[in-house]
Design a protein around this ligand. Structure first.
Ligand SMILES: Cc1cc2nc3c(=O)[nH]c(=O)nc-3n(C[C@H](O)[C@H](O)[C@H](O)COP(=O)(O)OP(=O)(O)OC[C@H]3O[C@@H](n4cnc5c(N)ncnc54)[C@H](O)[C@@H]3O)c2cc1C
Length: 235
């Protein structure tokens, strides 16, 4: 697309000479989506427990710090960057998942954003009623405090990309991404347990595919592709 075509798609002028338009690009509205998924799995008979960290685990059981024990045909660990020593001992590959903090900022734009814009190391995306500006990447950070300097950096990049009025909408937040050493997810057997971790910057996008791969494997289907194998980081 030319600059004029980009402006027509996006809803306002964007400082790019050329761009490609991806027809089925979308945004996951994460909090409502998580709530809906939780309800969905409960309706299918899954037990969902919050605030119950696993203290001991093996190939067929997990026990919380409170002493509640759960048993199953398989145990799948997906702890993001938060694996404790017991989880790392059960699946050493989890020790290779590295945290990367990211900031996101809600912004107001002069006209509504009509299509996601991804350029210059940032993105603007319409999420529900909000336009979200993202995102920073700070390795080896576990705390989630919002840093003014990072918000300013994102705002400066957004203003130079979208020269029309764009301003903070009063809300910024952070999250910690689970980065794998090569950026590819880690899906498969590690010692006695299964692992689905290290989805790096694409966890929402890849979660349905990961679920399909690992569920098929647990149900007796093929092992996950070798490109995802935990063993690539365990030697
Ligand atoms: C700033 C930012 C931008 C992102 N942008 C994108 C994007 O553009 N596209 C995209 O697809 N994805 C994106 N993501 C998502 C990202 O890729 C990851 O998927 C996501 O952040 C982490 O997913 P996770 O489920 O692996 O880990 P988490 O969300 O951290 O979940 C792990 C869970 O395991 C629990 N846990 C850990 N240890 C234990 C224990 N011992 N016992 C019981 N429970 C335990 C934790 O409490 C937690 O609930 C973004 C994330 C961030 C932070």
């Amino acid at each position: 697309m030319t600059r004029a075509e980009i402006a027509k798609r996006a809803g306002f002028d964007i400082a790019l000479d050329h761009a490609a338009f991806v027809e089925d690009e979308a945004v996951a509205n994460t909090l409502p989506l998580l709530a809906a998924l939780t309800e969905e799995v409960r309706s299918l008979g899954a037990l969902v427990r919050h605030n119950a960290d696993v203290a001991r685990v093996d190939g067929h059981s997990a026990e919380t710090f409170e002493g509640d024990r759960y048993e199953g045909d398989a145990v799948l660990l997906a702890p993001g960057v938060w694996a404790n020593a017991a989880l790392v001992e059960a699946a050493p590959v989890l020790g290779r998942v590295r945290p990367a903090k990211g900031h996101l900022v809600a912004v107001k734009t002069s006209k509504p954003l009509q299509a996601n814009v991804h350029a210059g190391g940032i993105y603007l995306a319409r999420r529900g009623d909000e336009t979200v500006l993202g995102s920073t990447l700070q390795y080896d950070r576990y705390e989630r405090g919002v840093e003014d300097e990072q918000v300013q950096k994102l705002m400066a990049a957004a203003v130079s990309l979208a020269p029309g009025p764009i301003a903070p909408a009063g809300r910024a937040w952070t999250g910690i991404r689970p980065m794998s050493p090569d950026g590819w997810p880690i899906i498969g057997q590690s010692k006695q347990v299964l692992v689905a971790a290290g989805h790096s910057r694409q966890g929402w996008l890849l979660a349905p595919l990961t679920a399909e791969i690992i569920a098929a494997h647990i149900a007796g289907g093929p092992a996950p592709a070798r490109a995802f194998a935990p063993q690539r980081f365990e030697t």
